[in-house]
Design a protein around this ligand. Structure first.
Ligand code: ZN
Ligand code: ZN
Length: 449
């Protein structure tokens, strides 16, 4: 078995099992990724090598125009037998799933999705149920779910997650990606920018409560995000190289999740913000902004909070201890019912098991923070400044302020105070709550921003 001791490129990670200095064995399930100019040409070669010569291409009317017809042509020219189905139903629900089952002729031995988010979710699940290998030709890279093994589908009118399979092959041809709508490009960038805060959450958790942590994987994902941020200006001009880097970073975080076995490398407090908005918007029957835009705004909010924390002259650990002693579960439940409405009981149930807010654990963490405060400040200092990210989002005409994505001051307050309860995961927001500073810094942020 190979040892994982330094950061590797995406392609070096694939299809390998590594023993790692973190003590775990990591396995990247994805077989191949081709990102770059003209990489669609790699698809027929790869299919041929694998013996997948009866392809079933699934696209919708839009992705057919962007890349579906071209994919079909490339494959047919290389002698691969193609059946293409263009989805007619609008929603990604049972009817659409039925449609792609009914139209498939039974001789097909590989599924090829052409599209992004929803088509990929649909095809990952469909190919998993039929036990067929699956490849995706990306038409845009608006989020990091490409290599995921889980599919979100609408069933009984409710968005539900199902076990599925990751693709064996991902094609990110930058000649195709550069034609993606601008908002999808900036959304992908927003999701990637969120890796700064999510990796910081993981580092803090390691330091404060000794959570399992893999430095090599943190460095790999962090390097991707830093590389993209450095060249982000060129996103404006749709520079294919930068678009390829964004796609690679997004695929990489998916691979990193599968190597670690949980979503720590991809999702932290900035994602909890987005999950909370989605929950509340769904209750109100409103359509939330694209995932990557929500994550981008969430990241800016977290960066602003950490900047205010660093600006405080002293941290009153004794007052934090008093707050921990005064915590009452029943009073907390009432706050959750006010903030989460019909979704509250699930959140309360999770806290009953996780007990992340209980006094004894909190006191221990406060002690650890007091001991490691200098190191914590150093970690926070590594984050990009909120102004850097705001300037970038402005330049890309992407949202940077909650009000631009339908979040008013009241919702913003509940978001920052309670979104951490949506998952049992230690984050910057839990740290601020532990320190009894979350409300003070939230109020200050709402006043100034
Ligand atoms: Zn995301
Ligand atoms: Zn490791």
């Amino acid at each position: 078995m190979q040892e994982l001791t330094r950061t590797l490129s995406l392609s070096d990670c694939l299809n390998h099992t590594f023993s790692c200095s973190c003590g775990h064995t990591h396995r990247a399930e994805l077989e191949a990724v081709y990102i770059g100019k003209g990489t669609l040409k790699e698809l027929p070669k790869w299919l041929e090598k694998k013996g997948y010569i009866k392809a079933y291409i699934i696209c919708d009317p839009i992705t057919k125009e962007i890349a579906g017809d071209q994919t079909k042509k490339e494959l047919e020219e290389k002698g691969i037998d193609v059946q293409m189905h263009v989805i007619t139903h609008q929603a990604y629900d049972e009817a659409t799933m039925g449609e792609i089952v009914i139209h498939k002729d039974h001789t097909r031995n590989v599924v090829i999705g052409v599209g992004t988010g929803s088509i990929n979710d649909m095809c990952r699940y469909f190919s998993y149920q039929l036990n067929l290998p699956y490849c995706i030709v990306a038409t845009a890279a608006p989020m990091d779910g490409f290599a995921s093994g889980i599919s979100a589908l609408t069933v009984d009118n409710l968005k539900t997650t199902f076990n599925a399979q990751p693709p064996q092959l991902i094609i990110g041809d930058t000649e195709i990606l550069k034609g993606a709508p601008y908002s999808m490009i900036s959304a992908g960038l927003g999701d990637l920018i969120g890796k700064f805060t999510c990796l910081c959450d993981w580092k803090l958790s390691k330091l404060i409560q000794d959570e399992y942590y893999c430095e090599v994987i943190v460095d790999m994902v962090g390097d991707c995000a830093k590389g993209v941020l450095k060249n982000a200006d060129s996103v404006k001009t749709r520079d294919p190289k930068v678009l390829g880097n964004i796609m690679e970073g997004l695929v990489f975080t998916g691979v990193a999740m599968s190597m670690v076995g949980n979503s720590r490398p991809a999702s932290g407090c900035e994602h909890h913000i987005s999950h909370y908005w989605e929950t509340i918007f769904e209750q109100q029957g409103r359509r939330p902004a694209p995932h990557g835009h929500q994550v981008g705004v969430g990241t800016i909010l977290i960066l602003k909070l950490t900047e205010s924390l660093r600006n405080l002259s002293t941290i009153d650990f004794d007052s934090a201890r008093k707050a921990a002693e005064a915590y009452e579960f029943d009073a907390w439940c009432q706050e959750i019912r006010d903030a989460y409405g019909p979704a509250a009981e699930g959140v309360i149930e999770m806290e009953r098991k996780a007990k992340k807010n209980e006094t004894s654990g909190r006191l221990q963490r406060i002690g650890a923070m007091e001991k490691h405060w200098k190191e914590i400040c150093d970690l926070l200092e590594e984050l990009p400044s909120s102004q850097t990210v705001i300037d970038l989002m402005k330049e890309l005409q992407a949202p940077y302020h909650p009000s631009q994505i339908g979040v008013d001051k009241e919702l913003l307050k509940n978001t920052l105070m309670y979104c951490k309860e949506i998952r049992a995961r230690y984050t910057i927001l839990q740290m601020l709550w532990d320190l009894n500073l979350l409300e003070q810094l939230t109020d200050q942020l709402i006043q100034d921003f």
